[in-house]
Ligand binder design. Structure first.
Ligand code: ATP
Ligand code: MG
Ligand code: FE
Length: 346
């Protein structure tokens, strides 16, 4: 089954074609980062309008790259939530209209399920170094809006083990970067800066690791970092050292909780997804920690950690392939709990 996937939940327009026999055929992404930069954050109305402007050209581009025409598409998948309502409606409207015109089924995908399943997708022509993970496993979802540990009992059957009580991990990266004067959006830049810093020069708390439980809290950490930065000499070298200390605190906290979660769930695999999954130090630390206990950590390629259309096309292919689809109404769910999703029939 060949599925066209559309992502438009926030400030990235993503389109992809996933073929359940051959894997990912093509994907294209347009980021609105520059549009929102002067405001220091995403402006919802501007985001919707930019999705309107970019979606059709991106669909044409993706199809061209996949070497396929519209009449070879067997289904359409789009992000139905969670996200910005106006932005979601653009993707849902285009997807539904396209499916109607092509007389193929369409399915609304949960954005976080898209992230979660991304490490399971096959990349055409890509080298598969390891077999893709299969449930049961623990998923660590670390993105701009979510930090969750989920027990994936089956595909579509998700049990929440723990989540952040305040800021998400990606949000902590972005806010901390801003406090240290890095330009928007600062998360990836802070990570790059940390690479130049010295380990252990600044040591920050590993929040909520001193007590049992699988929840997170990252908002206090950014205040600690701010104070350390304000009291420092403010040099470029110190900025890198502080960034390194912050990154080490977040990474170690995530690793500690992942180990606890696999223990609690009785599994030996952790699957990481979401933008912070692109963080190299997190990837290395979790790989090592899981290998030490005889298990493994799985990550999508870094480019498929942040928002993209490929993960939506893939999740949609699984759901459409299992016979799921809805009527032609354009519905979105800006707030949507992933644990309410139906299990996908094998
Ligand atoms: P959600 O999926 O929860 O709705 P989102 O879609 O905005 O949120 P993603 O696109 O998955 O989130 O990820 C973006 C986040 O990932 C940002 O907060 C960004 O700072 C963070 N991020 C991206 N690359 C890195 C990196 N290398 N290190 C740390 N954080 C990173
Ligand atoms: Mg984004
Ligand atoms: Fe996302």
């Amino acid at each position: 089954m060949r599925v066209l996937g559309i992502e438009s939940s926030c400030d990235e327009t993503g389109v992809a074609v996933y073929d359940s026999d051959r894997g990912l055929r093509a994907h294209a992404l347009y980021s609105q980062v520059e549009l929102h930069a002067e405001y220091g954050g995403v402006v919802p109305e501007l985001a919707s309008r930019d999705h309107v402007r970019k979606l059709l050209p991106l669909i044409r581009q993706t199809l061209a790259e996949s070497g396929m025409s519209l009449d070879e598409i067997d289904g359409v998948a789009y992000t139905a939530g969670p996200g910005l309502v106006g932005a979601l409606l653009v993707g849902a409207g285009v997807a539904r209209a396209l499916a109607w015109a092509l007389e193929v089924p369409a399915v609304g995908v949960h954005h976080m399920e898209g992230h979660l399943l991304a490490p399971l997708m096959r990349i055409e022509g890509g080298t598969t170094m390891q077999a893709p993970p299969a449930p049961p496993f623990v998923a660590l979802l670390v993105s701009g809006g979510h930090t969750q540990l989920v027990h994936v009992e089956a595909i579509g059957r998700y049990r929440l083990l723990g989540e952040t009580l305040d800021d998400a991990a990606g949000e902590a990266f972005d806010k901390t970067a801003k406090l240290m004067g890095l330009p928007y959006p600062g998360g990836p830049q802070l990570a790059r800066l940390a690479g130049a810093g010295r380990s252990g020069t600044f040591r920050f708390a590993r929040p909520m690791t001193d007590r049992p439980g699988l929840d997170f809290s990252f908002s206090g950490l950014k205040t600690q970092v701010l104070l350390a930065w304000q009291r420092s000499d403010g040099s470029d070298a110190t900025r890198a050292d502080v960034a390194r200390g912050f990154e080490e605190a977040v990474v170690e906290t995530l690793v500690i909780k992942c180990l606890r979660a696999v223990e609690a769930a009785g599994v030996d695999t952790v699957v990481v997804a979401g933008g912070v999954g692109a963080n190299l130090r997190l990837r290395a630390a979790l790989d090592e920690a899981m290998a030490r206990r005889g298990g493994r950590a799985c990550f999508p390629p870094p480019a498929l950690c942040t928002d993209n259309g490929a993960m939506i096309a893939f999740a949609g292919a699984l759901r459409l392939g299992a016979g799921e689809h809805a009527d032609a109404a354009v519905r979105v769910q800006p707030r949507w709990d992933m644990t309410e999703l139906p299990e996908i029939a094998a």
